[in-house]
Ligand binder design. Structure first.
Ligand SMILES: Nc1nc2c(ncn2[C@@H]2O[C@H](COP(=O)(O)OP(=O)(O)OP(=O)(O)O)[C@@H](O)[C@H]2O)c(=O)[nH]1
Ligand SMILES: [Mg+2]
Length: 339
């Protein structure tokens, strides 16, 4: 079973973090193409489902969750395919104000701690700041300056490069612009993540709770789009790492079996005098090596089967990401997923 991971979404006050989490959960607990999400704590499931029901059935201010307070909420989710658990991950829902508070506040400390242990970071920018072109006010208002420094800087100082998803929340508010223009703005706003040779894997993913919300926030239809894709990318990245590690293990064990085959050959072709001495001393080099080879072959079969399983799931996740809806970059170069 793969290790649990942490995912941190950075975003300022009212960026749409809590709504994104509620929608992501609602959409994925129904299932998206076989992928599902569940909370490990049934009370949290009820809490999230209640908030989703409000969003769908109420109108006006009361449909929206209240701004998150200083008491951050932590959630643990199971991400599954065909009801088989692929990965468990921790999520922290905190108030966006924590991005600009000093580190004496408990929630700022919790957020920093969670971020430094995260396997994937979601940077959240609301579409309301992308209605027109990118400019220095956007950087301030969306707190992109704070996301970059101190938060991303701290992560980098700890010596890590992690996959990043730039989630454009409330995309309905900027969908009148061409996608290319919005992507260009994002690349400019977060330019350090697109720096050549720095190795950042970055996905840009627009999401919305409903296209009709742009014109009618009070009663526009709730119909979330693409809310599962950032998660798929986070889990894909973790699977990729695990699959590569497993491939290395398979290669190492394979090399051991080759070495042992060689040793067996040598043991079998001992001269008659050596055989006599070995027999006399009760030594059995052939049996010995054969035993080791058997064990190594069993290990190879086990690792190979694990590798196959990882590779199959990796492929499945990769196929999900092969969509026009998202753009994936490495070192600032756009990647196209291979099927
Ligand atoms: N147009 C539009 N508005 C949205 C969407 N999602 C959220 N909103 C609006 O954005 C407001 C803030 O969303 P929240 O999810 O509470 O924001 P937050 O990032 O959790 O804010 P804090 O808890 O204060 O950090 C909501 O009350 C909605 O009015 C969306 O997809 N489209
Ligand atoms: Mg919130």
């Amino acid at each position: 079973m793969m290790n649990d991971i942490k995912i941190t979404m950075l975003g300022t006050t009212s960026a749409g973090k809590t709504c994104y989490m509620i929608a992501m959960y609602a959409k994925m607990s129904e299932g998206v193409k076989g992928f599902t999400l569940g909370t490990t704590d049934p009370d949290k499931d009820i809490h999230l489902s209640d908030m989703w029901e409000k969003l769908e059935s109420e109108t006006g201010d009361s449909r929206w969750p209240r701004p998150t307070g200083e008491e951050s909420q932590s959630y643990q989710f199971d991400f599954s395919y065909g009801f088989k658990r692929l990965m468990r991950f921790d999520w922290l829902d905190y108030r966006g104000g924590a991005l600009r508070d000093d580190s004496s506040k408990k929630d700022v400390q919790d957020l920093t701690e969670q971020l430094l242990k995260s396997s994937c970071v979601f940077l959240c920018v609301s579409g309301e700041f992308l209605k027109e072109g990118a400019n220095p006010q956007v950087v301030k208002k969306a707190r992109i300056d704070r996301m970059n420094n101190p938060f991303m800087q701290k992560l980098t100082d700890s010596g890590r490069v992690v996959p990043v998803v730039i989630v454009i929340t409330k995309y309905d508010l900027c969908s009148h612009r061409s996608k290319e223009q919005v992507l260009k703005d994002i690349r400019q706003l977060f330019n350090p993540l697109f720096a050549k040779g720095e190795g950042w894997p970055v996905m840009i993913c627009p999401v919305t709770l409903g296209e009709g919300l742009a014109n009618d926030i009070n009663s526009g239809l709730i119909n979330p789009h693409q809310v599962h894709l950032p998660l798929i990318f986070a889990i894909y990245s973790e699977y990729l790492q695990n699959t590569l590690n497993k491939q290395n293990e398979v290669e190492t064990v394979y090399q051991t079996t080759q070495d042992l085959e060689q040793e067996l050959q040598e043991a079998r072709s001992r001269g008659w005098l050596t055989i006599l001495i070995d027999d006399f001393k009760g030594r059995d080099p052939v049996g010995n090596v054969r035993g080791k080879l058997k064990q190594a072959n069993q290990k190879l079969a086990q690792h190979s089967a694990e590798f196959e399983k990882l590779a199959t799931r990796l492929h499945l996740l990769m196929q999900e990401l092969d969509t026009e809806a998202v753009s994936i970059y490495l070192d600032g170069e756009e990647l196209r997923m291979e099927k």
